[in-house]
Write a protein that binds this ligand. Structure first.
Ligand code: DAH
Length: 340
């Protein structure tokens, strides 16, 4: 009677073990048969109902069954662990014959490439590279550059004001005033940096872009020095065949002032789609430093003169790479940037 019951329990336990597929399942089986309230344990507890002379034999039977179930549980557990390990090894297999993954190397942004080129050209001519603050006093951004209080550039539509006296610089020209004020003459410097204007974003405008300012102050500096220097710059930047032309213009801090055009490097000046049929492309503003600016910055304008220029860096990058939309320079789309 008890024999049969034990056999049944053992068989049921072994069947369950054979079917179970995970450790939780195994645990449940252990609890169900061997736990404190388990089925096999219950049989042991009922040993007191067995005739005393039969007890050792029955006890032995229960212990045998228990040992067999325990053995099976352990074996199933080992099997599961082995299987899991095998699966993991398969998943982690490395095929050493596969080509290696390419590590994408970063590289300089087109703006940076253009800037480094401009810096190389001017440092090659003996210029220093100087930086100035992006957050600037109204006084340096405007007043010391001869830009009067009612000038349209001072309108809030063009300038980001932090307060009445402080602005986000709208140009790199204030660095001119800062350097002149230090009074170390002669001066031969360029100053690249970020500038800000409250413009809407479109293909040719952005609220933040970059300029490179240039300033030379010395005795006997003439407009011929300006022309020679900037013509040389244009040749180094766009190629030896590049010609330049100066158109009269107005800037408050230079007199006379001009804009410089270069022959279109695409068509050589004949006129094409790139230069809109003009043959010429405008690349910078320049002029002889206004005597009043020299004076305001503490330089003796009887003894010293100078010239200055301002280049839009994005413009150079766009021209160099024949990109027709400035937004591409800021969006940081990796597919675009990868090309340079
Ligand atoms: N600051 C001018 C601008 O933002 C550019 C410029 C023109 C700079 C003539 C100069 C200069 O130094 O001489 O439009």
């Amino acid at each position: 009677m008890l024999n049969e019951q034990l056999e049944q329990i053992k068989k049921a336990a072994l069947d369950s073990i054979a079917q179970v597929t995970d450790l939780d399942g195994l645990n449940e089986i252990r609890v169900r048969y061997l736990g404190k309230k388990g089925e096999l344990t219950a049989v042991l507890k009922n040993l007191k109902d067995v005739a005393p002379e039969d007890r050792p034999r029955v006890g032995q039977l229960v212990n045998d069954a228990k040992a067999i179930i325990e053995g099976e549980l352990a074996r199933a557990k080992d099997e599961m662990a082995a299987k899991a390990r095998e699966l993991r090894m398969q998943a982690e297999t490395i095929d050493v014959t596969l080509p290696a993954k390419r590590n994408a190397l970063g590289h300089a942004h087109p703006n940076t490439v253009a800037l480094e080129e401009v810096e190389r050209i001017f440092t090659g001519m003996g210029y220093e590279v100087i930086s100035g603050p992006e957050i600037e006093y109204d006084e340096y951004n405007f007043t010391k550059l001869n830009i009067p209080a009612n000038h349209p550039a001072k309108d809030e539509q063009d300038t980001f004001y932090i307060n009445k006296e402080i602005v986000l610089r709208t140009q790199t020209s204030p660095v001119q005033a800062r350097v002149m004020e230090q009074g170390r003459l002669p001066i031969r410097m360029i100053s690249p940096g970020r500038v800000f204007r409250s413009d809407e974003v479109d293909a040719t405008h952005s609220p933040s872009f970059h300029q490179v300012e240039g300033l030379v102050i010395d005795k006997d500096i003439t407009f011929a020095d300006l022309k020679g220097t900037l013509a040389e710059f244009a040749k180094k930047l766009f190629g030896e065949d590049t010609r330049v032309k100066f158109r009269p213009h107005h800037f408050p801090f230079t007199e006379p002032s001009a804009e410089m055009d270069v022959t279109c490097f695409k068509c050589g000046g004949k006129g094409c789609r790139f230069c809109k049929g003009e043959g010429w492309i405008e690349i910078l503003g320049c002029g002889m430093v206004h005597p009043h600016v020299l004076e305001m910055c503490g330089i003796d304008n009887e003894k010293y003169r100078g010239f200055a220029f301002g280049v839009g860096l994005e413009r150079i990058a766009l021209l160099k790479y024949e990109i027709d939309d400035m937004r591409l320079l800021y969006e940081n789309d990796i597919r675009f940037l990868k090309q340079f």
